[in-house]
Write a protein that binds this ligand. Structure first.
Ligand SMILES: Nc1ncnc2c1ncn2[C@@H]1O[C@H](COP(=O)(O)OP(=O)(O)O)[C@@H](O)[C@H]1O
Ligand SMILES: [Mg+2]
Length: 134
């Protein structure tokens, strides 16, 4: 929990971090996420809850992650925008490469949380300011 407090405090200052919880069912992973979410109540929190049955669905979690930011897709470079539109079933075509989708996801979430590089905060629906993803 101390580590989570540190990460949330760092997010408030615009610093990023990644922490992975691994363990058997029942060890307390979800409880830790709940703790982090409560600790970050003053931040924009994006939480993705996955279920086993979605394992075969490509990009299901990415879609949950980026759903609040779909309005910002237009700001992405065209190849990344096209990759996300394909990944999310918004356009027809061959399955996009995971690298391009990853790049687009980074760009889209960054833009959705903070606005385009060098700009002020993004307009609604994304809340301005730091953001934490669970
Ligand atoms: N630190 C803790 N102290 C007491 N109970 C806990 C703690 N962490 C988790 N639990 C309880 O253990 C159960 C399983 O926790 P959960 O977070 O759902 O596990 P997981 O997500 O790893 O499957 C829940 O009932 C939760 O309330
Ligand atoms: Mg759980």
């Amino acid at each position: 929990m101390r580590r989570l407090d540190q990460i949330v405090a760092a997010a408030r200052q615009g610093r990023s971090a990644v922490l992975a919880f691994r363990g058997e069912a029942g060890v307390g992973k979800t409880a830790l996420l709940d703790y982090a979410q409560a600790a970050a109540a003053d931040l924009q929190v994006i939480r993705v809850d996955c279920v086993e049955s979605e394992m075969e669905l490509s990009f299901a979690a990415v879609h949950q992650l980026l759903r609040p930011f779909l309005a910002t897709l237009d700001i992405l470079p065209a190849p990344q925008r096209a990759a996300l539109r394909l990944a999310f079933g918004m356009a027809e075509g061959q399955a996009p490469g995971r690298f391009l989708v990853g790049l687009a996801a980074l760009g889209s979430s960054r833009t959705g949380c903070c606005g385009p590089p060098g700009s002020g905060p993004a307009p609604p629906p994304a809340a301005p300011g730091p953001c934490i993803t669970l």
